[in-house]
Design a protein around this ligand. Sequence first.
Ligand code: SF4
Length: 222
Amino acid sequence: MQMAEADDIILCQPDSRKGCSVCCGLFNVRDTSRKNLEEFLKDGGSREKLYRVYEEFTEPEPVRDRFSHICPYQGFLSAGKPGCLIHPLSSGIEGRDRSLFASTVCGKFLCPAHELLSSQEKSSLIKYVDDWYLYSTAIADPGSFSFIHEYCNNNCGVSRLSPVLNAGLKAHAENLMIYEGIIFFYSVPEYMMNRENFSLRFRDDFRRAAVEAMDKCHAGKI
Ligand code: SF4
């Protein structure tokens, strides 16, 4: 995986079709299945009304990292678009002071994917992955997205790039459900120290599953 060149591509809410709330703790729940995360995000609107401040909310159990936080104010901003429900760009007013990290920290933070993905990888992620769950999987584990992207570039023509890329991410989301440990890290050094536990360039079993899914998709079998 190459280190990213400096660019101004922001992955958080890149277009009207997709968004991300991974750093709000979305992948800190043990059950990272699409169904479970979708239900949690769908409840965001009622949590926003119910809890005046984040301390009133009891985080769902079990979690992957008990020292990390799950923000109650994440939810779907529109169909298939996770994000912050109390961000001024979504609600019209600055409401983030109700959250643990408040507007200063939330407004300035950029996750490791911004530093670790190349401009080309970020552009491909935005262009070819519209599904919020697969997009979030790529953000949480940028090294695995980089592996999938490289595999597709080496093995697929442009016409098959999108389906094969998405098939690889889908298989890796299933890998991450099997893995019980922490998936998302807030800093590059933490991610680098822990990625061998779950990332595709390090876990042979996970890589086999992803490559098999990509090969099947490329051959038109799935
Ligand atoms: S995890 Fe990264 S891409 Fe997602 S909202 Fe946070 S900073 Fe943005």
